[in-house]
Write a protein that binds this ligand. Structure first.
Ligand code: UT7
Length: 348
């Protein structure tokens, strides 16, 4: 902290803002129940073969009915804090990236902080869909570097099974449930590269909740409705999103590597949002990623878990020895908004 006087007016005291930050620990949680493509195909006209070929998904996990995003986040966050080697009292802020916490308010982050017995940290949610975790990492990096806090808990968590229309052929097979978490803290060396991010609000209808909550009000107020209340499930224009991801996200990924002062062959892992195996393959080509760089393919067994997909995939790669601890990973999230964020991080 420093205080100086200029022109007679006392200058504000501010944090020093010259520190580095990195990810100190990662954690992940996958719900127990494995859901096969056959089970999904009970409700849509599709096949295991089509789903595997078009998306790369073999199975996904669904949370129990009584299992919430807070429950899943707690499991992932507890592991991340343990692995970071800090005490939970040291967490100064909680950033929760989710689009499936089923309360408009209050946010999920303060409830999680209380559940975990954290020391009343700043706690808030961000809504950036599948790019939410990368947005959270960027914010946490800036918060730690500027001295606002020493340790930030960043969580990506989704219970998408609650917001998926199981009869919708365009999306029923894509989504899964899960949580991933990272502790971002002070570091001697830079561990989070510059974030490349942006939005394309003109395509906000490409992935969207079907009706707004207020659209449902008249239906809720109708006395004696026997067909139940219409549910505002998420819908997706798959091809529109696919084309955008393939053509527009690869240059962002390339730019994030350049901004970090690296070349693709200096990466130790590539962890794109687990949206579709074919999108991942197209990005590898566009990046001209050398074969020796391991690529996250967690979608096969976890499905698309939106904000949770990147930390879940990265922690799996580390746990299974597929990516080296301390190595550099390119991560890129993209989804509803449309919004995106990419950065190179040093893996814990
Ligand atoms: O996480 C947020 C970001 N999300 C994404 O990045 C997802 C991006 N999109 C996708 O991953 C893909 O668009 C999907 C996997 C959702 C769909 O794959 P696609 O290759 O884009 O399929 P399509 O919509 O172009 O449909 C191709 C064909 C059509 O038949 P015709 O017209 O060629 O005869 C569809 O009617 O496949 C048919 N089809 C299906 N067939 C079996 C569409 N959905 C299904 C289905 N099962 N579920």
């Amino acid at each position: 902290m420093s205080t100086t006087r200029k022109g007679g007016r006392k200058q504000l005291t501010v944090h020093r803002g010259d520190r580095h930050a990195r990810i100190l620990g990662l954690g992940g949680y996958r719900p127990e129940r494995v859901v096969t493509n056959e089970e999904i195909c009970q409700f849509i006209d599709s096949s295991d073969e089509w789903i595997q070929q078009r998306s790369g998904i073999i199975t996904r996990r669904f949370a129990r009915e009584d299992e919430t995003v807070i429950d899943m986040a707690e499991a992932a966050a507890t592991q991340a804090i343990e692995r970071a080697g800090i005490s939970k009292e040291q967490i100064g802020a909680v950033i929760m990236a989710t689009v499936s916490h089923p309360f408009q308010t209050p946010a999920a982050a303060p409830i999680l902080a209380d559940r975990m017995g954290l020391a009343h940290p700043a706690a808030f949610d961000i809504s950036a869909a599948c790019a939410g975790y990368c947005h959270g990492i960027s914010l946490a990096n800036d918060m730690v570097r500027s001295g606002t806090v020493d340790h930030v808990l960043v969580i990506g968590v989704e219970k998408l099974s609650d917001f998926t229309d199981k009869y919708d052929r365009g999306s029923a097979f894509i989504f899964g449930d899960g949580a991933g978490a990272a502790v971002v803290g002070v570091s001697d060396t830079p561990g989070i590269g510059p974030t490349l991010w942006g939005s394309l609000g003109e395509q906000s209808d490409a992935i969207t909740q079907r009706e707004s909550w207020t659209d449902l009000r008249p239906a809720m107020e109708e006395p004696g409705r026997e067909d139940g209340i219409p549910w505002p499930a998420f819908t997706m224009q798959g091809q529109t999103v696919f084309r955008w991801a393939v053509f527009s996200m690869a240059p962002v990924a390339v730019a994030a590597v350049e901004a970090a002062g690296l070349t693709p062959d200096e990466l130790d892992a590539f962890v794109p949002h687990q949206a579709n195996m074919r999108i991942t393959d197209a990005m590898i080509k566009a990046l001209k990623l050398p074969e020796h760089v391991p690529v996250a393919r967690d979608i096969a067994e976890t499905g698309n878990t939106s904000a949770a997909s990147i930390p879940l995939a990265m922690s799996r790669m580390l746990d299974e020895g597929e990516a080296p601890h301390g190595g550099y990973a390119l991560q890129i999230g993209f989804g509803a908004g449309l919004v995106y964020a990419a950065q190179v991080v040093q893996m814990p």
